[in-house]
Design a protein around this ligand. Sequence first.
Ligand code: GDP
Length: 298
Amino acid sequence: MFATLSDRLADTFKNLRGKGKLSEADIDATAREIRIALLEADVALPVVKEFVAAVKDRARGEEVSQALNPAQQIIKIVNEELVTILGGETRRLRYAKTGPTVIMLAGLQGAGKTTLAAKLALWLKDQGKTPILVAADLQRPNAVQQLQVNGERVGVPVFAPEAGNGVGNPVEVARSAIDEAKRKLHDVVIIDTAGRLGVDAELMKQAADIRDAVQPDEVLFVVDAMIGQDAVTTAQLFLDGVGYDGVVLTKLDGDARGGAALSIASITGRPVMFASAGEKMTDFDLFHPDRMASRILD
Ligand code: GDP
């Protein structure tokens, strides 16, 4: 990801090398190049506009350090602005003060929720937690079984509907799962919910009902970074329909141009909290805006 954006920005900065002081024309030309680079990377237009305006403003201002040459100054500003639009500081999970921490996952079908649920469970387990996975996606055929297979791969138990705990009713499954977690002393409950291929009202309502029933500590919106500009639209629809605290970007290992990663936090006001980047269960970690910005400017 970000290969094209990285290359374009590197070319832009190359043009500034050897310059003593940046003229107004240099700043304008650089801003134009940055704008094109971001648009080509599929970053949403309002985000691009805000970004370029901030860079221009700061480049003109006198905050610049004597120790840096003009190219380095612009790189520093772009780096800091990238960190800002990526959400600022790394946002860590909030754990419940008492009882199990409940994490609910929402997103479109195919976003990578079920895979992500298991990755998150493994990541928590590696930190000494005792998570339980909950199969509350009762729409997609095989979703329950897929979660069970993934749960086995990472050695985390899966709570699935069976006679007595809400067959066919995801809200009941989620509720029973929390009771089970309390009984068996699991400290984190990860609820996988249904996603359809497109956003629909029934899906939103179901997710909202689960949310109301279990009052999660964190609702995470899972989104495939490969869907580009659509990611922002979907993110907004889920924000209005279900609401969430943070975003998980999946498939960062693909050749997405990066626009989703760069736009979502800025447009939704919700931080990207985790990045999932591959088919392996360990291809997963907290999302660090500063590291991502450095990678783009590498
Ligand atoms: P769900 O419908 O949201 O539960 O999505 P799944 O977890 O079933 O994932 C959909 C497809 O994307 C599966 O083929 C996964 O193996 C694949 N997938 C999930 N996460 C990643 C990722 O980070 N990278 C790649 N390359 N593929 C992924």
